[in-house]
Design a protein. Structure first.
Length: 373
């Protein structure tokens, strides 16, 4: 059994978390290798799972600008040791969860949603829960019954305070199932639920496994007592203050992507248009720059984070203009209405909370519009 259990087969995890662990293994600074769990029924995920089961390395191509010059490097990622399909190999998933020291997840925008079909009967009959929170609850309960040590959970979903939100979701489910109070206390207080932020553009999947990604990468992790890290790495930052990292990424990179996707939808632009191509269009670039300059940067100035925000925005501009990445706006525009709510509305809320008199007309107009057909 391997010390790291990962829920999700995404190209992002392959080119970020798994890549970090692979590089740390070479330096002797990782816990060990990874067992990946496929939780969806998609054919693409199944192909990745089949490739991972071979236990061999897969390629990640890093392309972009570094130090003012083009940069490209092809890496072989060897951290994934095995893979399981939850729907077909649930007993093996249970064993892997009992043995793990760290559980990592990236289950998508709707990964924490519950399924009414999941209930307390799943604790007894060995059936596979439908939702990710229910899967996690059943696995943690099995761990508790076996007397295994509390585990560190490191969700990577793009949700603010993702560890705390996941803990409350799983604990709420345990209460609904009327589970034992001793187990509930162990779940909430002994297990370590870590808030973290991941930041890397992974623009393309390789078949059957692998990805193309930019050089920039950050995994910011909020320090907690008793936390076990899967590895140490130069692009992992452990911090007592996660909020500034979250704000910068949300209100500059994520907001910028979704604003470009809004223009792409509303203007019915070319189906294959990329972020780089949108940035090369003077009108689109000017409108996005105006959003950043007039509707976002004043928020950071009011927070006393002006210098850091300007430095981060300079990096975002370079990343958006990366000539080596084909980051399609059609991909960014998936779940667009929900992304607008999560990525644009917080800028308005923050301005109101700070008492700023900012019109923020472009963001308000984008939020007011429906999603184009």
């Amino acid at each position: 059994m391997h010390p790291i259990l990962q829920f999700g087969t995404s190209r992002f995890l392959q080119a970020h978390v798994d890549l970090f662990i692979s590089e740390a293994l070479a330096e002797g600074t990782a816990l060990g290798r990874v067992t990946v769990v496929q939780t969806t029924s998609s054919a693409e995920s199944a192909r990745r799972t089949a490739a991972f089961r071979q236990g061999s390395a897969y390629p990640v191509v890093i392309r972009g600008w570094q130090g003012g010059a083009p940069f490209q490097r092809k890496l072989q990622v060897g951290s994934v040791a095995y893979a399981l399909q939850a729907s077909q190999e649930w007993p093996e998933v249970v064993e892997a969860a009992v043995a793990a020291q760290v559980i990592v997840s990236n289950t998508g925008d709707r990964g924490y949603e519950l399924n009414p079909a999941d209930g307390a009967h799943l604790l007894e009959n060995g059936q596979v829960p439908q939702s990710f929170p229910a899967k996690l609850l059943v696995l943690l309960h099995a761990r508790f019954l076996r007397g295994a040590a509390p585990v560190t959970l490191m969700p990577c979903e793009l949700i603010a305070n993702n560890g705390s939100v996941l803990r409350e979701t799983v604990a709420g489910l345990a209460r609904n199932w009327q589970m034992d109070g001793v187990f509930l206390a162990w779940l909430e207080s002994s297990c370590v639920w870590v808030n973290s932020l991941v930041d890397r553009i992974v623009s393309q999947a390789l078949e059957p496994a692998g990805a193309v990604a930019e050089p920039y990468a950050l995994w910011a992790i909020e320090s907690q007592p008793g936390m076990v890290l899967p590895c140490t790495h130069p692009q992992i930052v452990v911090t007592d203050r996660l909020a500034p990292y979250e704000r910068r990424k949300l209100l500059m990179l994520n907001l910028g992507h979704t604003f470009l996707a809004e223009r792409w939808l509303q203007d019915a632009r070319a189906a294959g248009e990329t972020v780089r191509e949108a940035m090369a269009d003077p009108a689109q670039r000017a409108e996005l720059e105006a959003v950043w300059e007039e509707e976002v940067l004043p928020l950071f100035a009011a927070l006393g984070e002006g210098e850091e925000s300007l430095a981060y925005l300079a990096q975002v501009r370079d990343r958006f203009c990366n000539p080596f990445l084909e980051h399609r706006l059609a991909d960014i525009a998936q779940n667009h209405a929900e992304k607008k709510r999560r990525r644009l509305q917080p800028a308005l809320d923050l301005a109101a909370g700070l008492g700023l008199d900012l019109p923020q007309t472009r963001l308000r107009a984008a939020l007011a519009r429906g999603v184009a057909a």
